[in-house]
Ligand binder design. Structure first.
Ligand SMILES: [Zn+2]
Length: 715
């Protein structure tokens, strides 16, 4: 099987990310790999896909026993033969699995590092030919890492005892320079292919607040985001409990998650959160590991965690769908003393104590820095800690344009953002109509721009992670300050603007106080989310399975007028489009109607919508017009089976439909006879049965018999 086939068949994706495919090819060629790939990147695919293609099994070393079961369950669900061996299994179960390992039944075997010390088990592993050893959370091997685990040091000893050395791959989400060095040396990787992914999470806004009353502040922060999905991390159970109660008093749908609650309860909270049945989870730590929820909009930290690695990993659970998300630290200067006290009473060696203490100081520095918060974290991972501590009080030099210190401190240095806008303008020849420029920067295909042009523009979509009101303000400021000018309704770059692109001047504006401008797009987004929630309840599936937040944003950006427009939105496609166009188009329609003249082209737009919605024919209407199943299928652009499904559903709802009029009636009796003998389990055996007697029947006819005689609706 080809790489892409494996990806599609087992994992349901149709393309790899750039680093994934590079890594996979190296692994398959037999080369060791060291990968530092951010949370949510999909690093497990980098060893799972090769595992499916290699001759022997892959051994995955993973530190988290509690997660192993979930990881393996989810693989098995995808049809991948996988298992795990750790101390949580009963003896019988463990023996059964080991027998199956010997028989070569698995492609992936998950083990804890400790189990590599058990002689009988390692004897077994030596007998089977292991093709790959994948070390997950490989930072655990380093004393400089944030979760040092001494037994990781023995992985290499184990590999040494194997007759044929397998490919060794090591992965982690976050690692400083020192940790990366340790991973390479202590695992004795041989000329590894190194991939250090971009750790920057551009779509996350980072902010720090230092309030007088922290609980008040926390409630204020959550209230601002009422209804959105978020996680609040704090350090102690008792505090988590207090926060939960406050939130519930204020009417927030909240849950709690920490080590002290029962498995069952924890599982329920995770599920309620996955399905958006609750909006906020208050957690001590570990929450979020292993749940693949993409629409978390914000992560709040009440006080500092023990190091930047933990902080960044937790904050990084926000915005995995690449939509705008926020990380807010509620900073309390006294936290560092409490945390240090905890370190002092733990039983760490002196060396480790000193390392952990330094990490804690670095985390505390994040709460105090006046520089760019994003840069602070990225510098930390680049291993510039000492430099950072020294630089602490110096003026900031870098501006990310999307963190509290870069855009909210007295003045705003908006050079980076201004460059995005001006270079887009520059790229299209220095002049462009305002609305086209906006579409370009937000990655919306301008309809009257040729395909060729879109591809050429580097700036295409470069601002899609920024809220729209930033953009509109920015354009205003840029005009005001003379970086560009308005001529014949087009924006034009000025000489001053060109200087900015050359780096000869900066774009700094004083901070404007007051509320954020109301953004009607946000309002529509909320309305679409509400509809999605309703549908998810009806269908009993998680909201993000219907559409990711990013898909909804696409809908907001494109404002589709017709079904066809709707299908074309990224992430919608034909199947989902068919299912959901009607309800979502109606939301847009009603929203625009309620806004009346807010839209410049309002009336025209509304007319288009009215037409398109009334033009979408209903199956039942067509049926009443006397159309045949085939005719209906053609008009609606769907297969005949779906037409019948819809009509059966309408009939079930009590609509007046004569089922026999849809029948190939000459065969009804034979089908019914066959069903009586074979049963109503599946459609196919009935079809086969009749075919063996020389009768060709369609699934539609069988479906109708099922429904007519037994009231069973089959898909
Ligand atoms: Zn910044």
């Amino acid at each position: 099987m080809e790489l892409l086939d494996v990806l599609k068949k087992y994992f349901g994706f149709s393309s790899f990310k750039k680093e994934q495919i590079e890594i996979i090819k190296e692994v398959l060629s037999g080369r060791d790999v060291l990968g530092v790939l951010p949370t949510g990147y999909g690093k497990s695919l980098c060893y799972e896909v090769p595992a499916m293609m290699m001759k022997g099994p892959t051994l995955v070393v993973s530190p988290l026993i509690s997660l192993m079961k979930d990881q393996v369950d989810s693989l098995v669900e995808k049809g991948i033969p996988a298992t795990y061996i750790n101390s949580s299994l009963r003896l019988e179960e463990s023996n059964e699995r080991k027998r199956n390992i010997r028989k070569g039944r698995y492609k992936l075997i998950y083990v804890s590092p400790e189990s590599l010390k058990l002689k009988r088990f390692t004897d077994l592993l030596r007998d089977i030919k292991i093709a790959q050893v994948a070390v997950d959370e490989a930072h655990c091997i380093s004393i400089w890492g944030h979760d040092f685990r001494p037994s990781y040091l023995e992985i290499h000893d184990f590999i040494e005892t194997l007759e044929n050395r397998p490919v060794v791959t090591a992965f982690t989400a976050t690692a400083t320079g020192q940790v990366i060095e340790d991973m390479e040396n202590l695992l004795h990787l041989q000329d590894p292919f190194k991939v250090l992914g971009n750790l920057d999470r551009e779509n996350i806004y980072f902010g720090v607040v230092t309030p007088e009353n922290e609980m008040e502040e926390l409630l204020k922060q959550v209230e601002k985001r009422r209804g959105e999905q978020g996680i609040i991390y704090c350090q102690r159970k008792i505090e988590a409990q207090a926060i939960l109660e406050e939130l519930q008093n204020k009417g927030h749908k909240a849950g709690i998650y920490h080590g002290g609650i029962k498995d069952e309860e924890r599982h329920r909270v995770q599920e309620d959160f996955s399905f958006d049945r609750i909006n906020v989870v208050v957690a001590t730590n570990a929450f979020g590991m292993g749940i693949d929820k993409s629409n978390i909009r914000y992560v709040l930290h009440m006080g500092i965690p023990k190091n930047i690695e933990s902080f960044y990993q937790e904050a990084g659970r926000a915005g995995r769908d690449q939509s705008y998300s926020e990380s807010i630290l509620i900073y309390r200067p006294k936290d560092i003393y409490k945390q240090r006290r905890l370190l002092q009473i733990s039983e760490l060696s002196l060396e480790r104590y000193q390392i952990e203490e330094k990490k804690l100081f670095m985390m505390d520095g994040y709460g105090k820095t006046k520089g760019c918060l994003r840069q602070y974290v990225l510098d930390y991972f680049k291993g510039q800690e000492d430099e950072l501590l020294r630089k602490e009080n110096e003026a900031q030099t870098i501006n990310c344009g999307n963190c509290g210190n870069c855009i909210e401190e007295g003045y705003m240095n908006l050079t980076t953002l201004a460059k995005k806008i001006l270079s887009a303008l520059d790229e299209v020849g220095g002049k462009c109509a305002g609305h086209l420029l906006k579409k370009m920067l937000y990655g919306i295909e301008p309809r009257n721009m040729s395909k060729e042009n879109q591809v050429r523009i580097n700036a295409f979509g470069s601002m899609k992670n920024h809220k729209l009101y930033y953009y509109e303000r920015l354009i205003g400021f840029l005009l005001q300050e003379g970086f560009m000018r308005l001529e014949d309704e087009s924006l034009q770059i000025s000489d001053k603007g060109k200087d900015l692109l050359k780096g000869e001047t900066e774009f700094i504006v004083s901070r404007e106080k007051g509320e954020e401008k109301e953004d009607y797009q946000e309002e529509l987004l909320l309305a679409l989310k509400k509809k999605r929630k309703e549908l998810s309840i009806i269908e009993n599936i998680a909201p993000y399975i219907i559409f990711h937040d990013e898909n909804l944003r696409g809908i907001v950006r494109k404002l589709p007028k017709t079904k066809k427009d709707f299908f074309e939105i990224r992430g919608v496609g034909k199947t989902k489009g068919e299912k959901y166009a009607d309800p979502f188009l109606r939301v847009i329609h009603n929203f625009l109607k309620s806004k009346g003249n807010l839209m410049t082209t309002g009336s025209e737009f509304e007319k288009g919508l009215n037409d398109s919605i009334s033009n979408i024919p209903d199956t039942y209407d067509l049926y009443q017009e006397g159309k045949s199943v085939e005719e209906m299928a053609k008009i609606l652009g769907i297969v005949p089976g779906t037409v019948v499904d819809r009509l059966i559903r309408d009939h079930e709802k009590g609509k007046d439909i004569d089922l026999s009029s849809l029948f190939e009636s000459s065969l009804e009796k034979e089908i019914h006879e066959s069903v009586k003998r074979i049963g109503v389990n599946k459609l196919k055996p009935i079809k086969d049965d009749l075919e063996s007697k020389g009768m060709i029947v369609s699934y539609i006819d069988i479906k109708l018999v099922f429904y007519k005689y037994y009231g069973i609706r089959k898909k």
